[in-house]
Design a protein around this ligand. Structure first.
Ligand code: P61
Length: 472
């Protein structure tokens, strides 16, 4: 890996033209269906106005998530044929282990079936009842695993992250004063690790700067606190560092990724995002004792420590996916496509989280529906309206996702009430983005008469996945 590097330029950039294109061509297609307005109305009502409960057959353009929805490359599909389905010691595991060590730089690797499997292992391995876990904004599954292990999550992200209009280039940064205040209040011994995510999903896919992770490392070193990273979308984070942080323009995504990881003690990964596979995950750490614990626990919850819930062929596709994911051209076009949609919506005056992040456009439902109280689920309503308008499926990221405080049982009222249009990697074209943009515009134009929802069924854990709603 060379230390300096000139990111490749598209034909458009080489000649100063406006055009750009994806760095791939399509070899296989999957038909998608247009559904009529009557069918959509029936489907969303049957789904209790929850887009997680729609059948994908009833969806036209699926922007529910970028998780497990990537198109694999021809090389990955070829790799699927090289699966070594041995129960123990599959050669594909060693390929995966080597890929994680090479590109992320950690010493020990434990495979898991997906991200939350790895969150479970790290949380159970190092959190004890009464512990506090500071982090740069919560993520639903991450926080729940920390709570189930007896910990309390404390948000220490910079204030700018909670303001969808603030243009700070690194809204995922940790606020060092907030972290210091927590250390002084509860004592370093009560903090097993800092939970650092790059990029920050719930904040709108916002990045963390290299300067910030370096400073967090220095602070944690002074207090003997570890840093564990949610590396799920760290490749996209590396792109923003390359683009925005001084001294990184001529460094490759791969070099930036590895440097970032070098400031942390380990990471958990939902490989279903950056790593370009439909299923998979891993936990990687430098500490032998933590590794030993996690490797022992993985056999209880996931599978033997050389497959962790994945088939051999899945691990092969993942090893190849890791390598492909750090390709500069790929990352630039991936974030570029998200930005293309964001720029259209911005031009049309539609309120979205700014700056546009790495994996999704987040519509600001509070400003979309200023007449709607948060208890009427504006972001959930907006997701239902978008589906109704065009069969585009999005996801609520607001009060339903935030859930209840485990101590008081009261609803949490997050500052951000967002509807996420999440772009799968290498799947949709610019024409699909145009359809989405026009649909958002149509829903925006009809916003004044839109009424909210009531929650009529509420599961105990991660309620947003299975909750049901009715029109008010
Ligand atoms: C997503 F509505 N994300 O964004 P797993 N860390 C991070 C994630 O984004 C993540 C996981 C850990 C999903 C799927 C999903 O509330 C939800 O492989 C930053 O999904 O187990 C997953 O990784 C967990 C959607 C998860 C949700 C939780 O769409």
């Amino acid at each position: 890996m060379s230390s300096t590097h000139t990111p490749p330029q598209t034909m458009g950039q080489q000649y100063g033209r406006r055009s750009w294109a994806e760095p791939w061509k399509i070899k296989m297609v999957e038909p998608i269906h247009m559904v009529s307005r009557e069918e959509r109305a029936r489907a969303i009502e049957a789904a209790g106005y929850n887009t997680f409960l729609l059948r994908s057959e009833d969806v036209y353009i699926d922007l529910l998530t970028d998780s497990g929805t990537s198109a694999m490359s021809d090389r990955q599909w070829a790799g699927m044929m090289l699966g070594d389905e041995a129960y123990a010691g599959s050669r594909n595991f060693y390929r995966l282990e080597e890929a994680v060590q090479t590109y992320y730089g950690y010493r020990y690797v434990v495979p898991t079936h997906q991200g939350r499997g790895a969150e479970h292992l790290i949380s159970q391995a190092v959190i004890r009842p009464g512990h506090f876990i500071p982090g740069n904004m919560y993520f639903t599954t991450t926080r729940l695993h920390q709570e189930l292990a007896g910990g309390t999550f404390v948000d220490v992200i910079v204030d700018e992250a909670h303001d969808p209009t603030d243009l700070h280039p690194f809204k995922g940064n940790i606020d060092l004063d907030k972290l210091t205040a927590l250390i002084e209040r509860v004592g370093a011994a009560q903090i097993p690790y800092v939970s650092l995510a790059g990029t920050v999903n719930m904040a709108g896919g916002q990045p963390v700067s290299m300067a910030n992770v370096r400073a967090v490392r220095e602070l944690c070193d002074r207090h003997g606190i570890r840093i564990y990273l949610d590396a799920t979308r760290l490749v996209e984070n590396a792109f923003f560092i390359q683009e925005r942080e001084e001294g990184y323009a001529d460094k490759s995504i791969a070099a930036i990724l590895k440097e970032f990881c070098s400031f942390t003690d380990g990471a958990w990964m939902s490989a279903k995002k950056d790593n370009l596979v439909n299923i998979g995950g891993w936990l990687a750490v430098n500490d032998e004792e933590v590794f030993d614990l996690a490797r022992n626990m993985v056999v209880i919850y996931e599978g033997l420590h050389t497959y962790g819930g994945m088939a051999g062929r899945d691990m092969e596709a993942l090893a190849i996916g890791i390598e492909e994911s750090v390709n500069d051209d790929h990352v630039a076009s991936r974030v570029g496509q998200v930005r293309y949609l964001g720029d259209l919506l911005t031009e049309w005056g539609i309120p979205i989280v700014q700056p546009v992040g790495g994996h999704a456009i987040f519509l600001d439902a509070k400003r979309f529906y200023p007449h709607m109280p948060q208890d009427h689920f504006p972001a959930q309503t907006l997701a239902a309206e978008l589906y109704l308008d065009s069969g585009v499926r999005s996801m609520e990221r607001g009060i339903a996702s935030a859930g209840r405080d485990p101590q008081t049982g009261e609803n949490r009222y997050p500052a951000l009430e967002l509807t996420r249009l999440t772009i799968p990697r290498r799947v949709y074209t610019q024409a699909h983005m145009d359809v989405v943009a026009e649909s958002v515009k149509a829903v925006f134009d009809g916003r004044a008469t839109t009424r909210g929802l009531d929650m009529v069924y509420e599961p105990k854990y991660l309620r947003f996945f299975q909750a049901r709603f009715a029109r008010r």
